[in-house]
Write a protein of this length. Structure first.
Length: 356
């Protein structure tokens, strides 16, 4: 039997704007900078591992970290000089800030609880503030009330307004089709030895049966999914189709995917989707919350990679590492916008799945 081929491209869709903030971080002067150890040059992967180690070691004394891709260094926010010395000793750059991560998370949770449709909230570690992005539907009395809520956060939150509208952008990667619309395949996986694929939960919520062409025969059926709160879905192959562990680069080649990992702020990433194909950009925040018309999704990766309807479920990746599934955002690939992704490691854990 001749096999048809469905490529895997996890391309981090649509929005990203929330971290392009007007606020600047409150950084305290570092009197010992001239005599501290040199900062190590790191890859984004090594920086992510070091960030995780330092977060565990420092606990409440750290306020997040990010990767400076230009300088190839890890920058770690800290709230006291003792923690700064530990960071420097590990080869990272320490940045003294005013707000702890716990304080900023509390502000984010408070604003998320208001559940204003058309808004997104994320901790911007570069500015040490919570950035609240409001789309074009938030206006009038609702916008005035939102500004009042932000002003009550003692300088820990700022507002950014987007010209677009937050949507889940159903349709996208290598295209996958169903009676409810079009989405993009995220990553091929196996569950208990059976081949399957990950895509967005808002896609599996709407589509029970999948084809690799519009109006074509079934190749997979929806097995499970979660939306809102999360945005991941799983479909199991029901037909003999090739299912390589790779992402379509839309230039005649593909990127092999061998593992999944957590995104790091500042990391350079790529997104693949069936509507706008391949685009790249930067991770602006992690653990973002977005309130779509259908409900709020938490724990998302925020990027400045563009996307459009049809890119949903597509691949967000860095090299051979799967990072996210396109959830939604605002804007398009002409004017830009905000894009958010469901982290892949969480979906793998929930479904008991493995990349491949």
């Amino acid at each position: 039997m001749k096999h048809r081929r469905i490529s895997k491209r996890r391309t981090a869709v649509a929005a990203a704007g929330a971290a392009a903030v007007v606020a600047t971080a409150f950084a305290l002067s570092n009197a010992n900078a001239a005599t501290t150890p040199s900062v190590d040059t790191l890859t984004s992967t090594a920086a992510g591992k070091l960030a995780s180690t330092l977060a565990s070691d420092l606990g409440a004394d750290t306020a997040g970290s990010y990767y400076d891709a230009g300088a190839k260094k890890l920058v770690v926010n800290v709230v006291n000089e003792a923690a700064a010395q530990q960071v420097r000793a590990k080869g990272a750059e320490a940045k003294l800030v005013r707000n702890t991560l716990a304080q900023l998370d509390s502000v984010k949770d408070t604003l998320t609880a208001k559940d204003v449709t058309g808004t997104a909230r994320a901790v911007d570690v570069k500015t040490n503030k919570v950035v609240v992005t409001a789309d074009s539907t938030v206006k009038g009395a609702e916008l005035a009330e939102l500004k009042k809520q932000i002003a009550a956060q003692d300088g820990k939150a700022v507002l950014k307004q987007s010209k677009g509208k937050f949507t889940t952008k159903i349709a996208g990667g290598d295209a996958i089709w169903g009676s409810g619309g079009r989405c993009s395949l995220g990553f091929n996986v196996t569950v208990n030895g059976q081949p399957a694929f990950l895509t967005a939960g808002h896609c599996t919520e709407a589509i029970p049966s999948w084809s690799d062409s519009e109006g074509g025969s079934e190749v997979a059926t929806t097995t499970d999914g979660s939306f809102p709160d999360n945005d991941y879905g799983l479909a199991t192959y029901t037909s003999e189709v090739d299912h390589p562990s790779e992402v379509n680069l839309y230039n005649g080649s593909a990127q092999a995917i061998s593992k999944a990992g957590d995104a790091t702020v500042g990391q350079q990433v790529q997104r693949s989707g069936s509507t706008t194909q391949l685009h790249d950009g930067e991770v602006l925040a992690v653990d973002a919350s977005v309130t779509y018309p259908e409900g709020t999704v938490n724990g998302l990766i925020q990027t400045n990679v563009c996307a459009e309807p049809g890119d949903s479920g597509g691949s967000l990746f860095a090299g051979d590492t799967a990072l996210g599934l396109t959830s939604g955002g605002s804007g398009d690939c002409s004017s830009g916008g905000e894009t958010y992704f469901q982290p892949v490691p969480e979906a793998l854990e929930v479904f008991g799945a493995q990349i491949g």
